[in-house]
Design a protein around this ligand. Structure first.
Ligand code: B12
Ligand code: SF4
Ligand code: SF4
Length: 249
């Protein structure tokens, strides 16, 4: 155990050196309005910060067919899980506590997946929502697709997080102007692309989305539909510039 102090820049440099395309930090006070069971302190009572890492989805790889898409999502889950674990290990070396929030690699029990309560049970198993944590850590905004949209990759990244008791400097969140640039009020591209008609101006109907992707888990080993990611113009050329995460542009 080291007595040295670890600062935000060192954590971010380390995460990038391990392969993170995006890394941001949120302080736990940003989650104070969240339901109690979705707060970082639920995972670690003395939590001070949440570190979020993102790895890019390669659009051309998820386009050709559903098997390649599923395998790409699994690859990225393994990759971001490892980066998050490495960050956890770094924090541990410095005497900090860390709860790594990865994503699943294998399939879940099919009975759970088809249970009418699946949408209530499954998200809770992860403790925190990494998408919400990414917004709080200044990595991007919620698109109308409900995916995280980042200035550089649009909707095309996957996320993992580390909850820690290290007091790290938080990143600024994106502004409303940046949000409107990323997901313009007139855009509805993801609504038209969704095969399950799950997306609309009223938000997302998770059950309709799950009806589409549930069979993919048995057929291809993972949720393969990616049409909301592929159709989103955000992050495609010309790239939207942001005041945050400029170092990774
Ligand atoms: C459960 C889950 C699903 C469920 C959805 C159920 C659900 N309600 O979220 C299903 C199986 C349908 C699903 C589908 C998909 N998923 Co998914 N999923 C998750 C998971 C594991 C948990 C999400 C969660 O906690 N939801 C909780 C619910 C309650 O949150 P919510 O509905 O968004 O919002 C509620 C409140 O927060 C509040 N609220 C609404 N807006 C806001 C805004 C703010 C600021 C606040 C404070 C609150 C708030 O109101 C809502 C009503 O209760 C995350 C990984 C993780 N650990 O976070 C991945 C994750 C969100 N999935 C991901 C992906 C990519 C997908 C799919 C494309 C499938 C695929 N090929 O992988 C589709 C895309 C669907 C879509 N358009 O979003 C990525 C998203 C990456 C990104 N760029 O955003 C994640 C982060 C996984 C990862 N490894 O990166 N997913
Ligand atoms: S994953 Fe597919 S079904 Fe689900 S919201 Fe996105 S486009 Fe629609
Ligand atoms: S496709 Fe358009 S409406 Fe949907 S999330 Fe992307 S920018 Fe927003």
């Amino acid at each position: 155990m080291s007595t040295q102090l670890l600062n935000s820049e060192e954590v971010k440099r380390f995460a990038r050196s391990k392969g993170a395309d995006l890394v941001g930090i949120a302080s736990v006070d940003r989650f104070s309005d969240y339901p109690e069971e979705r707060q970082p302190q639920k995972l670690l009572p003395n939590a001070r910060s949440v570190i979020v890492v993102g790895v890019r989805v390669l659009a051309d790889t998820i386009k050709p067919n559903l098997l390649l898409s599923a395998l790409h999502h699994i690859t990225l889950n393994i990759y971001h899980n490892q980066i998050a674990y490495e960050i956890g290990r770094l924090l541990d070396d410095y005497g900090h506590r860390a709860v790594v929030v990865p994503h699943r690699i294998g399939n879940l029990d099919p009975d759970l997946r088809s249970s009418p309560n699946y949408m209530e049970i499954y998200p809770k198993l992860f403790g925190i929502s990494t998408r919400h944590a990414a917004v709080e850590a200044g990595l991007g905004i919620f698109g109308k697709s409900r995916l995280l949209l980042s200035p550089r990759f649009g909707s095309r990244q996957r996320l993992a997080a580390v909850v820690t008791d290290a007091d790290l400097l938080a990143d600024p969140k994106l502004t409303q102007a940046e949000a409107d640039q990323l997901c313009p009020p007139h855009c509805t591209a993801c609504f038209a692309a969704c095969p399950g008609k799950a997306l609309s101006a009223d938000g997302i109907d998770w059950k309709k989305c799950n009806e589409i992707i549930r069979p993919h888990n048995g057929q291809y080993g993972y949720s393969a539909c990616s049409e909301c990611m592929l159709s989103c113009p955000a992050g495609k050329s010309p790239r939207v510039q942001s005041t945050t995460n400029m170092e990774s542009f």
